[in-house]
Design a protein around this ligand. Structure first.
Ligand SMILES: [Zn+2]
Length: 279
């Protein structure tokens, strides 16, 4: 019955605000305050635990068919360019000043583990994994079939699993096997983030570490830019974390938090970095 409902929603392109109400992904509560609305999508804050999220459900199948990241990302960038051409130009013009993304991701990863077995949740085109494979035995999981195909091309010898992390990790990956689970730009896309973190916990060895990078909802820039903040990709980003709400969710999944270097704690940063350990 549920599968039939999903299929008919895909076929009719039912407006998301008419879709089923989504429980708070942290406490499963239904009481919420409205935060913002764009194109029929409501961002809400849980009245019980302050988690900020998209308040209506979208199935993994709908996400794949209607909101592939390869399509949604350029659409959002075009929308921003039309609205803030100078800001976007400055951001691109100063890009050379910033460390190359995959080099920075690898440096942050190797703060915690120098090598071993690594799985990347939401591996995208696997450009990070290709670089990490110099030090780690790598596996990737990617929901988007087109990105998974790109991953297999950029990493012909690596293992790429295609499908939702919450299903693939449980079905395909052994328990207590990995030294490191990286999640760079994954958890804000995950409709079941607690299940995603529980999957990370399950596949890690005792002493294993997960490292997360996600937009920082507590950043000053979000308050200044409002709905034009770079962390808002609607509906691709369905969870919006502050350091407090992400730490609480990690604890719920069983993790112990790890110290955060000062540079990773600045409210001037649009990115929230957080590492946690399986005891
Ligand atoms: Zn809640």
């Amino acid at each position: 019955m549920k599968a039939d409902t999903q299929r008919s929603e895909i076929a009719t392109g039912l407006s998301p605000s008419q879709g089923p109400l989504r429980e708070c992904p942290f406490c499963r509560g239904l009481e919420r305050f409205p935060v913002a609305e764009r194109s029929g999508w409501n961002i809400v804050e849980c009245a019980n635990c302050q988690t900020v999220f998209i308040g209506n459900e979208l199935s993994y199948a709908q996400q794949c068919l209607q909101h592939d990241w390869l399509d949604d990302y350029p659409k959002e960038m075009a929308r921003r360019k039309a609205k803030h051409p100078i800001l976007l130009f400055l951001s691109r013009y100063t890009r050379w000043l910033r460390p190359e993304t995959n080099a920075r991701l690898l440096k942050q990863t190797r703060r915690w583990k120098k090598g071993g077995k690594l799985v990347d949740f939401g591996c995208g085109d696997a450009s990070f994994l290709a670089r990490a494979s110099e030090y780690f035995d790598v596996t990737g999981i990617e929901l988007s079939p087109r990105l998974a195909a790109m991953s297999r091309e950029s990493l012909p010898t690596g293992r790429i699993l295609e499908g939702p992390v919450t299903q693939m990790a449980g079905r395909e990956l052994p328990e207590g096997f990995f030294d490191m689970v990286t999640q760079f730009g994954y958890i804000e896309h995950e409709w079941q983030p607690v299940e995603g973190l529980r999957a990370a916990y399950r596949v890690l060895k005792p002493g294993g570490v997960t490292l997360i990078k996600t937009p920082n909802y507590a950043s000053w820039n979000r308050r200044v830019m409002g709905m034009d903040w770079c962390g808002f990709h609607i509906p691709a980003h369905c969870n919006y974390f502050t350091p407090t709400t992400l730490a609480k969710m990690l604890r719920l999944a069983g993790f112990e938090s790890l110290p955060r270097p000062l540079l990773n704690r600045l409210p001037t940063s649009d990115s929230l970095w957080m590492a946690a350990r399986k005891a």
